[in-house]
Design a binder for this molecule. Structure first.
Ligand SMILES: [Ca+2]
Ligand SMILES: [Ca+2]
Length: 128
């Protein structure tokens, strides 16, 4: 793991990389035996990948880049995904997405709220 990080960040100092390596192992090591098994690594990579996908998709939806998704942004995103769908239906879907995910009550979805919503529903709410 340390060798991998050194390769990725050749200019970082060794002590920091050592800490980063330990932190990664701590997070990935689900069984807590201090070693990484292939399934632990695979599981973590899967999580990392969905996180990256979420970031990318969030950026697609958040068109004014304020870090929050409004109903209007959700609606126009859905419209791009389903160009032939009924306007009212998309409006309902957009409202429902915000209603389900909005924990803070500001009628907007933060990245955390979107991520929680996806985790709760067990999968992405929109097709990628
Ligand atoms: Ca926005
Ligand atoms: Ca919110």
């Amino acid at each position: 793991m340390l060798a991998f990080l050194q390769q990725q960040y050749p200019s970082a100092d060794a002590a920091n990389l050592q800490l980063a390596a330990l932190e990664i192992i701590r997070q990935v090591d689900v069984r807590g035996d201090g070693r990484l098994s292939p399934d632990e690594v695979a599981w973590h990579l899967g999580k990392l990948e969905s996180w990256v996908r979420l970031r990318r998709q969030f950026a697609l939806v958040d068109t004014n880049k304020d870090g929050l998704i409004s109903k209007e942004e959700a609606h126009s995103f859905l419209q791009r995904q389903y160009p032939n769908a009924d306007f009212e239906l998309l409006e309902q879907m957009a409202k429902e997405c915000i209603r389900l995910g909005d924990v803070t009550g500001d009628n907007r979805l933060s990245r955390q709220e979107v991520s929680d919503l996806i985790a709760e529903s067990g999968g992405p709410i929109v097709a990628s």
